[in-house]
Design a protein around this ligand. Sequence first.
Ligand SMILES: C[S@@+](CC[C@H](N)C(=O)[O-])C[C@H]1O[C@@H](n2cnc3c(N)ncnc32)[C@H](O)[C@@H]1O
Length: 377
Amino acid sequence: MLATILPVLLLMFGLWGPPKLWHTIRDMIQGPKKHHGYFSLEQATYSYAQYRSMALAEVNDMHRSYVKLSRTHKRIGYDLGYPAKLRRLEELTILNALVTLNIAHLALSERPGLAETNSGDLGRVRETLKHFVRDWSSEGAKERGTTLEPILDALCLVSPERRAGMRVLVPGAGLGRLVWEISQLGYDTTANELSSFMTLAFRFLLSPSTTQRAEQHTIYPYAYWFSHQRSSESLFRPVSFPDTVPRLGDRLHLVEGDFLTHSRNYDIIVTLFFIDTSLNVISTLEHIYELLLPGGTWINLGPLLWPGGAQARVELSLDEILQLAKMIGFEIEGEDGGTIEADALRTRSVRCEYTGDRHAMMKYMYDSEFWVARKPK
Ligand SMILES: C[S@@+](CC[C@H](N)C(=O)[O-])C[C@H]1O[C@@H](n2cnc3c(N)ncnc32)[C@H](O)[C@@H]1O
């Protein structure tokens, strides 16, 4: 009984509860935090449900910091509109929560008996909100242009008649725009994703019960981070999504779970900002090779940003990665005296951003590496 009503109560409290007080009372009642895995459905659902209270608690902290100013400086802050800015942040957090609560509702409606957890991850929810921008908004079109186009150009070299009979896998598919674009080219495509933060948000777009039309949802993805902003208009700007509505179907499939346990064979595997998330990149490359049919193609675009804190077994440089690929058996397009079939297949650096805020005063720029490799026939 408690298992059934608790998630609903949490959702309600997420919507109406005073943030700090609720966290304290909840921790006293529920005891030590229960973990179901950082990317688990339980963790993600709870985090989406509790986004509002966690984010409002941060706004409270910002307000408390502000009121510590001297009376004169508070007056200056007031004249600059700072308290009103914090109120605006509070309002927009509540609007963002309309989306996150709907994601949590969808998860709970599909899995009513979901086990309880009591630790939320605000950072990952915010990251997913930015992925809505990267993958599914008009604002993200420029970023998608630099990251997706090299891959799509390479895939366009296959004649449209042959594409329908070819299976493509995108492991670490995130919110699924790349995989959807590939399906639009006529390939039979599968998105694979480990993190429930991503799959729940993707499902929120895929489900007719939550997303019926283009530009239906609005979020304020940058509002929480006051750094590097030129103006409050820029900080608080809304972003609508999706620019187009994706649906699963004959050509678009979603497989949730760890890529390393996936076992179907594919003609093409595409990795975008993926291989460097591996805890063991040797296993990842070996598994890509294993899943490819003889003569199959691996297309990669991404940086080498290894998980920090010595979590990864090995942290290789680009030349080591390419050497590893060859040791596993891959032939890299245009290397070892081979000729390149088309310029779109050329190994090269691609300068691109990842969930960047295009109006901000600071940018993270990646010189990502693009390559196409083949498994010999
Ligand atoms: C840096 S993100 C890139 C997401 C997407 N490709 C993009 O470019 O927007 C890497 C993604 O890979 C997923 N991932 C990491 N390890 C995975 C694994 N073993 N199996 C499936 N997905 C994995 C993560 O959850 C994350 O969503």
